[in-house]
Write a protein that binds this ligand. Structure first.
Ligand SMILES: [Zn+2]
Ligand SMILES: [Zn+2]
Length: 178
């Protein structure tokens, strides 16, 4: 996503950027975009430097941490960057700063990187398909949202404990009589 700076005479202006799903030219590991990205940015210029701030967002899918099925997420983050042409006044002190963009010769500001960073910063730690997702059974591996298994109930059933108890007592009795 690009911002054209050529011919702009204002000191303050607004830019709306959007890219459809197929136009998005970067990837984020573990994230599948389900929609286009949009960004609303406030631009301001002081001398040859630009300050760009605003927000961006996208709808996406990630793997649910509990059941590994797709979980819908919305990534939205804030953007705050400086931009300037190489060699412009003020640039020498700023070069090497993380949030600095160097403007290309064609006076185009490439915004993919800051947008990608902003989206990455809003990735949820634990995406869930649903707050009440039951996850996978730790014993047999079925998706407990879709199938019912009785692993848990079998494990916790007090009757099994009683039976195990009985078995060990029988084994003990064998030892004595044998
Ligand atoms: Zn889930
Ligand atoms: Zn199970």
């Amino acid at each position: 996503m690009k911002i054209e700076l050529k011919g702009i005479t204002e000191s303050f202006w607004e830019v709306h950027l959007s890219a459809s799903r197929s136009e998005i030219s970067f990837k984020i590991e573990g994230v599948t975009f389900t929609d286009g990205i949009s960004a609303d940015l406030n631009m301001s210029r002081a001398d040859e430097m630009y300050i760009i701030s605003g927000s961006c967002g996208v709808n996406a899918k990630m793997d649910c941490v509990r059941c590994l099925e797709p979980a819908k997420v919305t990534l939205s983050g804030n953007i705050s960057v400086l931009a300037g042409q190489r060699g412009a006044g003020g640039m020498s002190q700023l070069e090497g700063e993380e949030d600095l963009i160097i403007i290309g010769d064609n006076e185009v500001l490439e915004m993919d990187d800051p947008i990608r960073q902003a989206l990455i910063s809003s990735i949820p730690m634990k995406p869930l398909c649903d707050e009440s997702c039951l996850g996978l059974c730790q014993h047999c591996g079925v998706n407990r949202n879709q199938f019912h298994c009785d692993c848990e109930s079998r494990r916790d059933d007090p009757r099994w404990e009683a039976l195990n108890d009985l078995k060990s007592r029988v084994a003990g009795a064998d030892e004595v009589s044998g």
